[in-house]
Every structure is written in structure tokens, then in C-alpha cells.
Write a protein that binds this ligand. Structure first.
Ligand code: ZN
Length: 498
């Protein structure tokens, strides 16, 4: 049995994050140091790492630093040991050597376990033994968008506003895409770091994520943000790089392939190989392999061996390497291979009448061949159906693990209340949830097993750093639930970088 967090601490964490209005006191070398106004247990992350709390992330404070004011009003400094920027209550140290954070999309810990047992990932195994390794939790819903945005803002969806690919606009009754940068309610660590003079490279597999992650990033100053999906269309103005395919020295990868992810990693390596490598890299992959193959399948093992070789190369090039995932992955089939799908819209229509309630599958995107828009988490909007009755009915359905009302879901999972449904339904580890039977095209699976994510059963993710942690961060990791969105804090502030 895998451990499933049934009483997630997201709410307490959110309150801690939102309550952070640090008082300031002089630090050891004359800087302000963060001090929590409530109690010693709720201080801002990184405060022990000589955190200098600053206003909005546009200003940087560092001891013995030479500050210069640029035309954009950003204060730039020569990075030193204690220079930091602040974002969502966390003070991040400016890296003086490359730090590469890799988000293995759908990288359930079981894939690492299978590859490790087969002896195929010596570098990652060494990171786990000599650096730091733990199992962390993703945010719920355990989908790609909400988790990537949490990772790059260091905060839950209630702060950054992205809780899926779609929500229902109650006024118009239309499903609205949530993947545009305009809906993002927080700055990203890339925006903040780059404006502090840290050259930053962000590479995604899919382009929709590139647009959100690149929001606010100044691409005229040597920073780069592009996707392997559209690597053939890069321009200096929009992506910070011309001719990305030539730079990487590879053809454009297929959108449904392991190569789409490997291209991201190879591009990151090319940047690390340059004379003046970027100091901050975020390489976020695609979960094609994990949706398609079980952890012990030869194709999955091949992918993890290829991943390991690339991470080893990054380390040899001097980068601190941190690895996490946006979510895990579960098989949703019976022993005979038949799909275990709860067609919830059909069941609600049957019980309450057509149009009485509406199911939105927030996993839906343009790339549905490998999951047919089926995930483990859906939002339900009630019209003629009374919310209490609908919740009671859904709780009785075989294959549904948890149903919460709007307030409960937003509080427990730290989700933005304004775009939340009247209820959320989460399936068991062995089931997924759809709308009507006819709404889901499963022909793209070609009869293969259905593997997907979104619920509590898919929230466990690896949390690995290539270098040992400082004592303070080891203590924190042991004392508090780790989230994938702590990875930049731990990689930048928690590891011994030199
Ligand atoms: Zn994903």
C-alpha cells in the first residue's frame, strides 16, 4: 500500500505562506534577517540561510555587493554568498554556480525504483545516496499545469491561480482554458531571478507550459525560454534564442515521443557547455513515456537510462542537479486490460436529469491521445441538482475515493476558490473519471493500457538533490511534509553549493 495523504497539510502551509509578513532584525553582517512575527516554527523558508527579505523580488540585498541601478529600475548586484531575492514569502539565494532543476513529468517514484533495481541509473542512485533523496507530494489535482506553476512560484495553486487546464465560467456556462499566462497570479522565480541579474534558461517539452513559465521573463538580457515542441520556431525576441535546433544539433522531436523530453535535457546540457553557462536552469519534460509504459517496461527503462546519462553530464559540467516530478502515474485497468472509467456525467444525468450538473475534466488539453482526457480528478458544477444530493450520490459510486464540496476542496488542497467547482470528485488509485462515454476518444491508445493521474494516488513524487543538504534543511525535510514546490528552495538555499 502506498502512503496516501488523506489529511493534507496544504491549508496550514498556505496560511503559513500567506501570513508571512516578516519583521526584520539585523543580520550577522548588517543585513536584515527574516523573523517571523508569529512563532519560531513558522518562519519563512530560507531565513536560516541568511535570508535578506526584500520588497518584491525586484531588489536584491547582499553583503559586500556592488549594486547598480539599471534602466528597468532593477537593482543588480554581484552575487555573493548572502544575496537573495524573495518570492511568495521565500528568500532564494542567488546561485554563483549553475543549478539545474529537472521536473520529470509523470515521474512516479516507481519508475526510479524499477530503473534503480535494474542498475540503469547510477548517477541518480549516487545523488540519492550521497546527496539528498525523499518522497515528496505534489499539489492536488496532481496534474501538470498546477504543479509546474507551484514549482516555479514556490506556492500552492491558491497563490498562483492555476488549478487545472480548464474551469467552468459560471456566467457563460463555457469551459475556459486556464493555460494562458494572463491567468497566472504570481511572478515566477525565473522572472525574479533574471531581474536580479541571474541568467536563466527555461526549457519545456510542450509549448503551452512555456507561455506560462516564461511570463515576465526578460528575454532581451540573455535569458531563454522555449519548448522542444516548437524549437524550430524560436526567435530571439520571443524566446531569447534564434536557431534552437542548430544550437542543440538535433532535428525537431515528435510531440508523442520520449525524444521530446530528451531534447529538453540535451538543450540544457548545451547551455551548460558554453563558456558562460546560465546560473539557473529549469528543464520540464513530458509524461508521454509514463502514460504509455509501466515502470518495468523496456521502453520506460530505456528512458530512465537516457535521463540518468544526461543528469550525470550536467553534474560533470558543474551543475547542482535537482530532480522532482509534477505528479505520479497509475494504471487504470482491470487485470484483463479493460479500462476502469467512471463516466460521471452519464451517472449524474441518469440520477438528476440532463443538464442538472456538469462535469469538467481539467486534464483535458490538445494532447489527448495518450490519456483520452481521462484523469483522477474532476470538477462538478451543480445547476438543478442540489449540491448536497450530488455529493452524497457521487460518494456512493464505486471507483470514487473522495468527494468534497467547494469550500472543503479549496481549503484542503489550497486551491483558488473563485474558479473551483461546487464539488470535486477524486477516483481511487485503480480508476479514473470521465464525462459521458461518448466524450472520450480512446482510439489513440490503440488498445494499450490506460495510465493516468490527477488524484491522491498519484501525488507521490521524487525529491532528489545531487549535493548533501545543510543540517537545517535536513531537519526541515524530516520535520515537515515535503512538497515538490520546495525544490528551488532546497536546491538554492539548502544544499552546500561549493
Ligand atoms: Zn504531467
Amino acid at each position: 500500500m502506498r502512503g496516501v495523504d488523506r489529511e493534507a497539510g496544504d491549508t496550514a502551509q498556505l496560511h503559513a505562506a500567506l501570513d508571512r509578513s516578516p519583521l526584520q532584525e539585523p543580520g550577522a553582517c548588517g543585513h536584515t534577517r527574516a523573523k517571523d512575527q508569529n512563532d519560531g516554527n513558522r518562519r519563512p523558508a530560507g531565513s536560516g540561510a541568511h535570508a535578506a527579505i526584500v520588497e518584491t523580488g525586484n531588489h536584491v540585498v547582499g553583503c559586500d555587493s556592488k549594486a547598480t541601478m539599471t534602466r528597468t529600475g532593477t537593482t543588480l548586484i554581484q552575487p555573493c554568498e548572502s544575496a537573495t531575492v524573495e518570492l511568495n514569502g521565500v528568500a532564494y539565494r542567488l546561485p554563483d554556480a549553475p543549478v539545474a532543476v529537472v521536473c520529470v513529468d509523470g515521474g512516479d517514484p516507481e519508475y526510479l525504483a524499477a530503473a534503480r533495481a535494474a542498475g540503469l541509473i547510477p548517477a541518480i542512485t549516487r545523488f540519492m545516496q550521497d546527496g539528498f533523496s525523499a518522497t515528496a507530494h505534489s499539489v492536488i489535482p496532481s496534474f501538470t499545469g498546477p504543479n509546474n506553476l507551484s514549482i516555479v512560484t514556490g506556492a500552492p495553486p491558491a497563490v498562483h491561480g492555476i488549478s487545472g487546464n480548464f474551469y467552468l465560467d459560471r456566467q457563460s456556462g463555457r469551459a475556459v482554458e486556464m493555460t494562458g499566462p494572463e491567468l497566472l497570479r504570481s511572478r515566477t522565480i525565473f522572472d525574479v531571478m533574471a531581474k536580479a541579474g541571474v541568467r536563466t534558461v527555461v526549457i519545456t517539452a510542450k509549448d503551452k507550459l512555456r507561455r506560462q513559465l516564461g511570463r515576465g521573463l526578460d528575454l532581451s538580457a540573455g535569458n531563454v525560454c522555449f519548448s522542444s515542441q516548437h524549437a524550430g520556431r524560436c526567435t530571439a525576441a520571443e524566446h531569447g534564442i534564434d536557431g534552437a535546433l542548430d544550437f542543440v544539433g538535433q532535428p525537431l522531436p515528435d510531440v508523442y515521443s520520449a525524444d521530446l523530453s530528451l531534447f529538453v535535457l540535451d538543450a540544457g546540457i548545451r547551455f551548460l557547455e558554453t563558456d558562460d553557462p546560465p546560473r539557473l536552469l529549469y528543464l520540464t519534460l513530458t509524461d508521454y513515456v509514463q502514460h504509455t509504459f509501466a515502470p518495468d517496461h523496456p521502453r520506460a527503462l530505456d528512458f530512465y537510462r537516457a535521463l540518468d546519462r544526461r543528469l550525470a553530464r550536467m553534474e560533470r559540467l558543474g551543475a547542482t542537479v535537482a530532480v522532482t516530478a509534477d505528479h505520479g502515474m497509475r494504471d487504470k485497468c482491470a487485470a484483463d486490460g479493460s479500462y476502469r472509467i467512471v463516466y460521471l456525467q452519464d451517472l449524474l444525468d441518469e440520477r438528476f436529469g440532463a443538464g442538472a450538473a456538469r462535469v469538467i475534466c481539467p486534464i483535458t488539453d490538445a494532447f489527448v491521445a495518450h490519456h483520452g482526457s481521462l484523469g483522477s480528478f474532476v470538477r462538478v458544477y451543480c445547476f438543478a441538482a442540489p449540491v448536497r444530493d450530488a455529493i452524497g450520490f457521487m460518494r456512493s459510486i464505486d471507483g470514487i475515493e473522495l468527494v468534497l464540496d467547494r469550500e472543503q476542496a479549496a481549503a484542503r488542497f489550497a486551491l483558488p476558490f473563485d474558479v473551483e467547482g461546487d464539488a470535486v470528485a477524486i477516483s481511487t488509485a485503480s480508476h479514473c473519471i470521465g464525462m459521458r462515454r461518448g466524450d472520450h476518444d480512446l482510439t489513440g491508445l490503440h488498445g494499450a493500457r490506460l495510465r493516468t493521474h490527477g488524484g491522491l494516488a498519484e501525488q507521490e513524487v521524487p525529491f532528489i538533490i545531487s549535493r548533501p543538504l545543510k543540517a537545517e534543511y535536513r531537519t526541515r525535510a524530516a520535520a515537515q511534509p515535503l512538497r515538490n514546490y520546495h525544490i528551488f528552495d532546497f536546491a538554492l538555499n539548502g544544499s552546500n553549493l561549493s
